[in-house]
Design a protein. Structure first.
Ligand code: C5P
Length: 276
């Protein structure tokens, strides 16, 4: 086996409508998701044992290797390989962590999806089918959409994925003020009872003016700096829309051109990208 590298792009929620809270406590969503050309990198190298090594600018913010979400993908891939009578050779995975952690752009789910793909490839499994997507969902709600890797509508808790054919690429700036936001805490901030409905679906998949992120208010309540980022992005000439992704704190500005220059703090994480 030759070493190989997989790209784990940042995911951006262009819309994230919360439709209610299910009996199991998870939230029913209707979301429009696209992918950036910035992301993490996972390199797979033959080894005597399964090991994870970490590098890149945000490696220090990650939990110890054993707790890493990649270890969950390894366990899931082993179970799938075993069920299908395939051998899964031990491998060293090196994660180059370029994305801020707990930041609403799916870093963990993107890593889990890329890891699952890489491990299954080692077992000779290259087609992502429903069983593999379900195993991904058990690791994280955003893993199925990250396995697809293309602009999608995402519904349910993340299990219903519909590719958006003909999606027009969007020029964007991603800004993270380097505060970590806990996803469960943001959902709790919605204060919905189990079984309670709220909100409306994404009415028009092609009309960004009607999209919203229902998690923005509870996220701003936990991390007010998110509000400041949004205000600064919205004030910049050439920004057509500024919004938060996922449960934050990363915010996104859609831009008319590459010359758009919002006034941002130099310590914030900023990435210019195209969403596809
Ligand atoms: O599945 P994932 O680990 O990405 O989700 C983190 C947490 O966010 C969940 O444990 C749950 O509290 C909350 N969540 C939710 N509804 C979703 C997705 C996540 O309530 N659709």
């Amino acid at each position: 086996m030759q070493p190989f590298t997989l790209f784990a792009p940042a995911k951006v929620n262009l819309a994230l409508h919360v439709l209610g809270r299910r009996a199991d406590g998870y939230h029913d969503l209707d979301s429009v998701v696209a992918f950036a050309d910035v992301g993490d990198r996972l390199t797979f190298t033959p080894a005597d044992d399964f090991t994870i090594t970490l590098g890149g600018p945000f490696a220090a913010a990650l939990p110890q290797a054993g707790d890493n979400i990649i270890a969950k993908s390894w366990a899931a891939a082993r179970a799938i390989a075993q069920k299908r009578g395939r051998a899964l050779p031990p491998v060293q995975v090196h994660l180059e962590k370029n994305l801020p952690v707990a930041s609403g752009i799916g870093g963990g789910s993107a890593n889990a999806a890329a890891a699952l793909k890489g491990f299954l490839r080692l077992a000779g499994i290259t087609e992502i089918d429903a069983e593999i997507a379900a195993a991904g969902l058990a690791i994280g709600a955003d893993v199925p959409v990250c396995l697809s890797g293309v602009a999608c509508r995402m519904q349910g808790v993340g299990e219903r994925i519909t590719p958006l054919v003909g999606f027009t690429p969007l020029r964007a700036i991603l800004v993270n003020p380097l505060v970590e936001v806990s996803t469960p805490a943001v959902f709790r901030g919605l204060a919905l009872e189990k079984g309670q409905s709220c909100g409306t679906p994404v009415a028009d998949l092609r009309d960004p003016a009607r999209w919203r992120n229902d998690l923005a208010s509870p996220a701003i309540a936990l991390a007010p700096v998110i509000g400041e980022v949004l205000t600064r992005l919205a004030a910049a000439p050439g920004v057509t829309r500024a919004f938060m992704s996922g449960s934050g704190a990363t915010c996104v500005a859609l831009c008319t051109d590459d010359e758009v220059k919002p006034e941002l703090e130099t310590r914030w994480w900023v990435a210019r990208t195209v969403l596809r």
